[in-house]
Unconditional design. Structure first.
Lengths: 155, 155
DNA sequence: CGGTATCCCTGAAGATACTG
DNA sequence: CAGTATCTTCAGGGATACCG
C-alpha cells in the first residue's frame, strides 16, 4: 500500500501527529478496540475466540485489529502446538511495556469518569493491597509535577 | 415501535467499553485531537488561536474538541479580563491528573515508535536530568509487573 | 476454530464561507 | 479574535454470509 495517498482530506497523519510521541503511542493502540484487546491480553487471554466472546466484537474487526497489533509489534502470533490451526496472540516486550500506561489509564478512569465511587481497584495479587497511584519521578525517586518537567528534542 | 431499538450499528458504546475504566479514560480525551490539545495545555497554551496555529486544526474541529473537553471537566473556560471577548482554556484538577498518563505515553512513544533513537526526552526543568521511566509501584514503593496485580470490582 | 468477503451506516474532521 | 454553518469525504466498524 502507498503511504501517501496525497488526498489531504480525511484521516491523513498531520505533522502535529507524526512528530509527537504521545500521538504516535495512541495511534499504535488507542483505537476503539485495540486497548480492549490489550486489556484482555494483560488478563491472560490469547485466543481469537476468547477475545471475541469477551469483547463481543465482530470477527472482521477483531481480525483487523489483531493484525494491526501484530504488525506494530505489540502482539505476537504464535501457533498452538496441538495439531489444529489454533493461534495464540501474546504480548511482546513492546506490548508488555504498555502496562504502566494501562494502569495509569485505569486509575484515572476509576477516579474521574464515574459518578459514584470508583467501581474498580487495582490491587496486588499477593496480598490484595491497593496499588499506589502511578506518578512521575526523577532519578532520585522524587515526585514531579507538570511544571517540573519539559520536553527536549534530541534529534 | 420496536421494543428494543438497539440501533446496534455505528459507534454505540458497547458494554465492554461502558464498564472499563481504561476505555472510559480514552473516551474522555483519546481522540485524534484532544490529546494534542491537552499536550499544548500542559505546555501552557490557553488561547483558541494559539491552539489553532500550533496544531493546524480546523476551527470547527477545535471548537468542538474544546467544548467536549470543557464538558468533560478536563478544561475550564475562563474569560480573559481585558475587555475583549478572549477566552482561556485551562486545565482543571481532573485535567492536571492526566499528567502521568501523558508522560507515560511520551516515554513509550519515544522508546518504541521511532526507528532510530528516541527524538525526544522528558527532562527536569531545573537541571535537565532525564525523568525516570514511569512505573507501577505498591504502597511500599516496590515496582510491580503485570503478573503482580489484578483488578477487583468494588461495586 | 479462525478467519474472509461484502455491504452499509455513522461520526470525525477538512475546506470554505460567514459573523459579532 | 473566536467562533458558526454547510458540505463532503473517508476510515472504522457492525451485520451477515461463507470457507478450509
Amino acid at each position: 500500500m502507498k503511504p501517501a495517498p496525497a488526498k489531504s482530506s480525511g484521516k491523513a497523519v498531520s505533522k502535529a501527529r507524526a512528530h509527537c510521541p504521545i500521538a504516535r503511542s495512541l495511534d499504535s493502540f488507542g483505537d476503539r478496540w485495540s486497548l480492549l484487546i490489550l486489556r484482555e491480553s494483560f488478563s491472560g487471554v490469547t485466543r481469537f475466540d476468547d477475545f471475541q466472546k469477551n469483547l463481543k466484537v465482530s470477527k472482521a474487526t477483531l481480525t483487523a485489529r489483531l493484525a494491526t497489533l501484530v504488525k506494530r509489534g505489540i502482539l505476537r502470533r504464535v501457533p498452538i502446538e496441538d495439531g489444529a490451526r489454533r493461534m495464540h496472540y501474546k504480548l511482546t516486550e513492546k506490548g508488555k511495556e504498555l502496562y504502566v500506561i494501562f494502569i495509569a489509564l485505569r486509575q484515572w478512569g476509576d477516579k474521574w469518569t464515574f459518578d459514584g465511587p470508583p467501581p474498580n481497584a487495582v490491587v496486588e495479587r499477593a496480598n490484595g493491597r491497593i496499588v499506589a497511584p502511578v506518578e512521575v519521578r526523577n532519578i532520585d525517586g522524587e515526585v514531579l509535577k507538570p511544571r517540573d518537567t519539559v520536553l527536549v528534542r534530541l534529534s
